[in-house]
Write a protein that binds this ligand. Structure first.
Ligand code: GTP
Ligand code: MG
Length: 453
């Protein structure tokens, strides 16, 4: 298990390093003005990439507490820390800004606990932005509730689930409920917490009951002299089960969680970079595509030998794909270019057949015309007709390939060897059934329609 986790970390590191080196040309100073504009645009993403890599090396797991106001988020974190470091209180909105505290629950594990304001506390836009930012950085999310889930609470939970991070539902303040109520609420939470009605109920690892800051109780004290008095006593927090659950998860899959989280962040950044690049290079791309269509049409129309048409056509398409990749500054080897071409030709409904089929047929007609020719004008005419038809198809083919390549380059940068998506898939396919990561397999489930390069 330990080894597998190490492997996951190493794969993630390798993937991130590769990504960083791909985009390193955007970091270098003294670039063409063409690149400096783009470099400015993608600076936030480049920063995310390097921060992510640094975080991976630091080995600190981030656990963030979310929930509506006054559910006891700060209290739960204090209880875990065993110390009242974070301010708690009966008023709504005690915590106003995210705050993080170091926690060292075991010998080897380092954790950063992140406290957040109530999700219903700060104003709409700011709140969701803040929540998203913290959730994006978190490796594990604690969603704190203190009873039956309200409508707002359920909505917030669904939103958080979209961050696709493993999540533990923490049912706090259980000291306030009699045993039967507590059970009934737990059962409800188990069903609702999964985030959608068809999902399997939460597993014991995913929902834990605590009393982080139990209310003082009046206790009866009997003194040795026989007298009786009543005193207020504050019971100790009940948080051990949560602590054990977290430790178990960290030991079992903490490093894989780190690896996966880094890759998810890298993937997001990469896709953003690709989209911005393609956007800014739109006009040049159109020019390149048109130029290639023309050349290809010309070359194929003029080429007298059938076989070379097909061959030349494919070479032209490959060159086009590589030119576009170069224009976008996206990573592309000739192996990847040929795979993209294959995918495009296969997926674009018979383009391959049209290209090869018509090239061969028309090409043969053309070759035949050459063979039987002499200087006979009729044959020249025949040659020209075939050639023009063929050139037209070839030109259209190049145009279609170019357009499709744009789309594929945009999405495809995260596939490929060591691409973020590839490594994410790899990790998810290796995780054990009993892990909290296993549940994310379906949520992260990268559908089969996406391209595998
Ligand atoms: N009875 C009981 N009260 C609790 C428990 N945990 C927290 N509280 C109380 O609930 C109130 C809110 O706790 P906080 O930890 O400040 O809640 P929060 O979610 O951080 O609240 P905001 O920061 O305002 O969003 C405080 O008065 C706590 O004493 C618990 O386990 N049992
Ligand atoms: Mg708080």
């Amino acid at each position: 298990m330990r080894n597998l986790q190490e492997t996951h970390l190493n794969r993630a590191r390798a993937s991130l390093r590769q990504t960083q080196s791909w985009y390193s040309y955007l970091r270098k100073s003294g670039q063409l003005s063409l690149n400096s504009e783009l470099a400015g645009l993608v600076k936030p993403e480049l920063e995310i990439l390097s921060a992510t890599l640094k975080k991976l090396d630091s080995n600190v797991v981030r656990i963030a507490a979310f929930g509506l106001v006054s559910r006891g988020k700060s209290a739960v974190l204090n209880a875990l820390l065993g110390d009242k470091i974070l301010q708690t209180g009966p008023l709504n909105g005690v915590t106003q800004w995210p705050r993080s505290v170091r926690w060292k629950p075991g010998d080897k594990v380092l954790v950063e606990l992140i406290d957040t304001p109530g999700l219903d506390e700060i104003e709409g836009e700011v709140r969701s932005q803040m929540a998203q930012d913290v959730a994006r950085q978190a490796d594990l999310i604690l969603f704190v509730v203190s009873g039956d889930i309200t409508r707002t609470e359920y909505k917030s939970l669904l939103e958080l689930r979209q961050a696709q991070k493993p999540l533990i539902l923490v049912f706090n303040k259980i000291d306030l409920y009699p045993e039967t109520d507590k059970r009934a609420i737990y059962n409800n939470l188990q069903r609702l917490g999964a985030g959608n009605p068809t999902a399997k109920p939460l597993l014991p690892d995913e929902i834990v009951m605590v009393a982080a800051e139990p209310a003082p109780m009046e206790v009866r004290v009997e003194w040795p002299d026989g007298s009786v008095s009543y005193e207020w006593e504050t019971p100790a927090p009940l948080v051990d089960e949560l602590k054990q659950t977290i430790l178990k998860i960290l030991n079992r899959e903490g490093r894989s969680l780190l690896a996966l989280n880094a890759l998810i962040q890298a993937r997001e950044a990469e896709i953003a970079i690709a989209m911005k690049t393609i956007d800014i290079r739109q006009k040049e791309a159109e020019d390149i595509i048109w130029r290639f269509s023309k050349y290809k049409a010309l070359a194929i129309g003029l080429n007298p030998i059938a076989f070379f048409d097909v061959f030349g056509g494919v070479i032209a398409d490959l060159a086009l794909i590589r030119s576009l990749a170069r224009l976008y500054g996206l990573p592309m080897t000739s192996y990847q270019a040929s795979k993209i071409l294959k995918t495009i030709l296969l997926s674009s409904g018979g383009l391959l057949l049209t290209e090869i089929g018509s090239s061969l047929m028309l090409g043969l007609g053309k070759s035949a015309a050459v063979l039987t020719s002499g200087d006979h004008p009729l044959n020249i005419a025949e040659y020209t007709t075939s050639a023009i038809a063929q050139a037209g198809i070839a030109g259209y083919g190049a145009y279609a390939v170019g357009k499709a390549a744009q789309v594929y380059l945009e999405k495809g940068c995260t596939w490929g060897q060591l691409g973020a998506n590839t490594v994410i898939q790899e990790i998810l396919s290796q995780v054990d059934q009993n892990t909290i990561l296993y549940r994310l397999r379906t949520e992260l489930g990268i559908n089969s329609e996406e391209i595998h390069l």
